[in-house]
Ligand binder design. Structure first.
Ligand code: ATP
Ligand code: MG
Ligand code: MG
Length: 367
């Protein structure tokens, strides 16, 4: 059988691996942790840092195809790897999406709208140029941010000093605050033959900047949903995507869409597709990187995905008996730290509003 190598051993790698194993592939994973979520289900574990040359060579040796589950891999390492192994996604997508500056440029070149923004290499540059976008605005580190980390909301010039610290991490961008009515995401997948499909548009609800729930279909008009898919496909084609791209978007009051950011991999907001679609984002990802024909995604039923963070694990396990219709996913992480993504729950339903109410009144997510 063929072996798929995965760089990164988190939950995304684990769910990719489980999908791939259903089709008979073997899995090799590279991750620095001894007992990573993906390592627990892999056939071959290489325990080393992501930029360890010898480890990457070992991964190349044992793998027929190599993919990755997170975007902060060392770009040069990935590029070298693509010279000695089959890395169908290439390294360019990682280079572009690792940095908000190149990412925003690419979205614009693809012909899609982004929030008005400026690039600031230093704090002084921010102060000098901020007036071109005005307030309120959000300053974001160009590299390394996630779950709202590496961001600062500025309500007025008085708040400027709060952004100073961000520049110790990397260059920054400052973008206009968008008064969106909803956040949605589209997971678009494309293979090397240029065949592409979107998973149904999901509506994302964040709590403390961490994804809490994804509701599918998103509660937006059909026109807006179609526009969201068109924008995602435009970006995928522009980037010559192979694999998976998650496109996070803001929906404005008038139905227009602004692209927020990209992730070059399966995405937390696509986990509903495991139960709710004929082809999950993980199965489709494996098909895409293996050059298989893609399946046209189809939603079986409206669904809600809820993230299970560290503080939700005990209340969830105490309540499982009450909710036999919920699909429970846990990622095999040992330490249930506060705000750490430990698992998720997917509920397929005939009535989204009723199920949202059920989730809320379960009390599991009250912390
Ligand atoms: P993720 O965990 O999704 O990778 P991140 O830390 O990379 O998040 P963003 O997605 O850029 O950060 O921003 C986090 C959240 O902050 C967004 O989902 C949105 O709710 C809010 N936000 C970001 N940019 C803007 C904006 N320009 N206007 C209004 N709200 C914004
Ligand atoms: Mg992000
Ligand atoms: Mg985001």
């Amino acid at each position: 059988g063929q072996t798929i190598g995965i760089i990164g051993g988190g939950q995304l790698g684990r769910m990719m691996a489980i999908a791939a194993k259903e089709s008979g592939f073997k899995i090799a994973v590279l991750d620095p942790a001894m007992d990573s979520p993906c390592g627990q289900v892999a056939d071959i574990r290489i325990v080393a840092s992501y930029d360890d040359e010898a480890a990457l060579e070992e991964l190349a040796e044992v793998s027929d195809v190599i993919t990755y589950e997170f975007e902060n891999i060392d770009y040069d390492g990935l590029k070298r790897l693509s010279q000695i192994a089959y890395v169908p996604q290439g390294a360019e997508l990682v280079r572009i999406t690792q940095n908000r500056i190149t990412e925003k440029e690419a979205i614009g070149k693809a012909g899609c709208p982004v929030a008005p923004y400026i690039v600031a290499k230093t704090y002084d540059e921010l102060v000098a140029n901020i007036d071109t976008i005005g307030y309120p605005c959000i300053v974001k580190t160009a590299r390394g941010g996630y779950d709202g980390k590496g961001q600062q909301l500025l309500k007025s010039a008085k708040d400027l000093p709060f952004a100073k610290e961000l520049f110790s991490h990397s260059q920054c961008i400052a973008e206009a605050f968008i008064p969106f009515v909803k956040e949605v995401s589209v997971i678009v997948q494309r293979n090397g033959h240029g065949e592409s499909y979107c998973q149904p548009v999901g509506e994302n609800i964040h709590v403390h900047h961490i994804l809490h729930e994804t509701i599918v279909p998103a509660r937006i008009t059909q026109q807006t949903a179609q526009m969201a898919e068109r924008e995602a496909l435009k970006i995928a084609d522009y980037l010559h995507l192979v694999g998976t791209l998650a496109v996070e978007m803001f929906v404005l009051e008038d139905g227009r869409i602004i692209i927020n950011e990209l992730a070059p991999r399966p995405h937390n907001s696509g986990h509903y597709s495991i139960e709710a679609c004929n082809v999950s984002q993980f199965h489709q990802h494996i098909r895409a990187v293996c050059g298989w024909p893609l399946r046209k995604p189809q939603l079986w039923a409206p669904s809600i995905m809820v993230n299970v963070l560290g503080q939700h694990v005990v209340p969830l396990s105490n309540s499982i008996a009450k909710y036999p219709e919920w699909s429970i996913h846990l990622y095999g992480k040992a330490e249930a730290k506060v705000n750490r993504k430990m698992g998720h729950v997917t509920v397929m339903t005939k009535n989204i509003e009723e199920t949202l109410q059920q989730i809320e009144s379960s009390g599991i997510w009250s912390e």
